[in-house]
Every structure is written in C-alpha cells, then in structure tokens.
Design a protein around this ligand. Structure first.
Ligand code: NAD
Ligand code: IPM
Ligand code: MN
Length: 359
C-alpha cells in the first residue's frame, strides 16, 4: 500500500538536510522496496513567508492526511522579532499539539567510529546507547497562563505555567516503560520533585505505573543531578523519561556525547502510530546556506520513520548500517571531523550514504 509522506523542510539548514534525507528514502523507492507518495509543504518561517503563518492551514490539511512527516528545522534570526504567535517555533509546537505527538523518542547512540569526536573520553562513551523519552505536548511549553504583562509600577513581568495532568504523565510513562521492556529494562525518571509540585506528581505517577512493570528497574533523579550524571557517567542510563522542557535540554547535552548534535534523530508519536520525524537540532543559522550541515541526524530520522510509522524495520537497519559504513570510510562533515578523516559537505555525505545503500 502506498504511504503518504509529508515533507516539511522548514528554515535555515532544514532544506539542505531534508534534500539529502529524501535522496536516501528514494533509494528504496527506486529499488522497489518502498511505496510512498511524498508531498511538500511549508512550516515555520517558510510558512510565514509563503502564507503569513508558521503552521498554515494547507500544511495542516496535508499533515492530518499523512502517514508520516519528515521535518527539517524551523527558526532563524529574521523571525525573532515577529509577534510570538507568528514565530516559526510556534508552528512546530502547533503541529506537535495538533497531531497529538506526545511521545518524543530521542536515541543517543555512539557510532564507535565517532568516539574521538565525542566531548567525553572514549572509555566513558564506548557503546553508549541511551533512549530519552521526552513528553512533547505538555509542560511549561503549553501551560496557561503565559505572557508578558505590565505591572502597575510600569515594570514588566513574564510568566509561564508548568503543568501536567495525571493522564498526561501516565501515557508518557507507559511509553517509557514499554520502551524499557524492549531494551535493557532500566528506566530513570527525571524530575525536580524537590521543588516543583508538577514534577512531584510526575514522580508519584511514575512509581504507580511502575507496579505494572515489575521487571523494569525504576530510578529517579533530579534534573540537575541528571545533567551532571549524563556527562559524568552516561553509560549508567538505558531509558530516561522526562517532561518537555527537561527533555529538550538533556537531549542536546546527550547529543554531544555521540560526537555532535548533528547526529541525533527523533520520532514524535501519537496514539495511532502517526509520527513526525526530525533531527533534534535547529535551523543552525550560523551555517545555513553554506552546504556544510551534517545531514545524518535527518537521515537517521528517516530510519526511525521506516521503523515506527512505515513498518519497514529492515530498511531502517540498512540506513543505520550505511551510516556506520560511511563513517568507517572516514567521511566526516565539519561538526564531527577529527584529524586524519576526510572532510565532506552535506551533499557529499548524502551521496555517500546513497552509494553505500546501493552497493
Ligand atoms: P541549533 O541546533 O540550530 O544550532 C546549535 C549549534 O549546533 C550551531 O552552532 C549549529 O551550527 C550547530 N548545528 C546544529 N545542527 C547542525 C548540523 N546538522 N550540522 C552541523 N552543525 C549543526 O540551535 P540554536 O542555534 O540555538 O537555534 C537556531 C534556531 O533554530 C532558533 O531559531 C531555534 O529556535 C531553532 N530551533 C529549532 C529546532 C527545531 O526545528 N526542531 C530545534 C532547536 C532550535
Ligand atoms: C526541539 C526544539 C524545539 C523545542 C523548539 C524550536 C520549539 O528546541 O525540537 O528540540 O524546544 O521543542
Ligand atoms: Mn531543542
């Protein structure tokens, strides 16, 4: 059956990396092992430029009909002074909320060829394989009230609300426990229960649903300690589960352990298995248009799409093997470059993955 893929390149390096990722996906179409229909639409600043909104209605209609979505990145300095509802980031939050993509899986895996590109010593990251399960449609990102108001004395006050309902915590908790059951059966829940009531409830719910998963070893860390442990001894972790804001921050930190933020893919899933796939990094305005961005996080996001939404685990494994093979050939974009390797640009990296898949 033909699957509908919606492609949302977005802003900055988004179009550059998505172009390479689509070449990779099309290898399978060309060889006859995948049947897809790809449509393109605007999101983020590109949506604002084309239609005046970061999540245009036309994009929404296509998104609701898609089996899977591939997204590049959104945002850029040119949009930073727009009214907040018009900003690119709001478009991303809107599509996540609109499709109910509450479960964000962010795997941090070290390809052994990149051990020397990691910010940690090789022995601390050898065989690193962590799955961060980040809640994606709640927390301080969406809580009301929010805003900036002027006080009677003329001073302005900014405010946001951290909020989670028990059912929101429970559903992401179940995703995390189910994930742990398929892996090393260790789950670390990250919160700030010593200070924040929202996360006190978070911890309570995690402990409660943990009773349904007696085989999973559940532990808890405060987020400050979790950040420290991630850079002290990351291999103690198997699956981590946390809220939207903590997960955002911890996954960027975890990315560096694998060599670069340009290596981390993600899957954002809803109840019905529809997924959006995107690298965890942003639009990288500092390198946009230079053709040097690392496309591997986006290419690995395509692998996650094949695994989680298109029911093609073998094709996913082939992409991951191709990435490994190309890294073993010594090819590196600038962000993962170390001495003695061959520096390649975005297009050459994409072409190398395509060649590895075809060989
Ligand atoms: P960023 O992730 O875009 O960039 C951080 C640093 O990492 C930069 O030095 C960048 O050059 C580098 N980097 C990121 N991806 C790379 C890649 N694939 N290859 C090589 N280097 C890479 O974060 P930022 O600079 O804080 O944010 C820039 C813009 O992106 C902002 O507008 C922000 O809101 C947005 N953003 C979007 C997303 C998303 O679309 N999911 C995620 C994060 C940030
Ligand atoms: C991410 C990004 C987004 C987030 C921003 C751009 C809204 O940082 O996908 O990690 O904070 O979720
Ligand atoms: Mn982020």
């Amino acid at each position: 059956m033909t699957k509908k893929i919606l492609v949302l390149p977005g802003d900055g390096i988004g179009p550059e990396i998505v172009t390479e990722a689509m070449k990779v996906l099309n290898v399978f179409v060309d060889e006859g092992s995948l049947n897809i229909e790809a449509e393109y639409a605007h999101i983020g600043g590109a949506g604002y430029d084309a239609e005046g909104k970061p999540y245009p209605k036309s994009t929404q209609t296509l998104a609701k009909a898609a089996d899977a979505i591939l997204l590049g990145a959104v945002g850029g300095p040119k949009y930073d002074t727009l009214d907040r509802p018009l900003r690119p980031e709001r478009g991303l939050l809107a599509i996540r909320a609109d499709l109910g993509l509450y479960a964000n899986l962010r795997p941090a895996i070290l390809y052994e060829e990149l051990a020397s590109a990691s910010s940690l010593k090789p022995e601390l990251v050898a065989n690193l394989d962590i799955m961060i399960v980040r809640e994606l449609t709640g927390d301080i990102y969406f809580g009301q009230p929010r805003g900036i108001e002027t006080l009677p004395n003329g001073e302005r006050r900014g405010f946001n609300t951290m909020v989670y309902t028990e059912s929101e915590i429970e559903r992401i908790g179940r995703t995390a426990f189910d994930t742990a059951m398929k892996r090393g059966k260790k789950l670390c829940s990250v919160d700030k229960a010593n200070v924040l009531e929202t996360t006190e409830l978070w911890r309570e719910v995690m402990i409660r649903i943990g009773k349904d998963y007696p085989e999973v070893e559940l532990s808890h860390l405060y987020v400050d300690n979790a950040a420290m442990q991630l850079v002290r001894a990351p291999k103690q972790f198997d699956v981590m589960v946390t809220g939207n804001i903590f997960g955002d921050i911890l996954s960027d930190a975890a990315a560096m352990l694998t060599g670069s933020i340009g290596m981390l893919p993600s899957a954002s899933l809803n109840k019905s298995g529809v997924g959006m796939y995107e690298p965890i990094h942003g639009s990288a305005p500092d390198i946009a248009g230079k053709g040097i961005a690392n496309p591997l996080a986006t290419i690995l996001s395509v692998a996650m799409m094949l695994r989680y939404s298109l029911n093609q685990p073998e094709l996913a494994t082939r992409i991951e093997a191709a990435v490994k093979q190309v890294l073993a050939q010594g090819k590196r974009t600038g962000d993962i470059y170390t001495e003695g390797c061959e520096k390649v640009d975005t297009i050459a990296m994409g072409a190398a993955i395509v060649a590895a898949l075809r060989s």
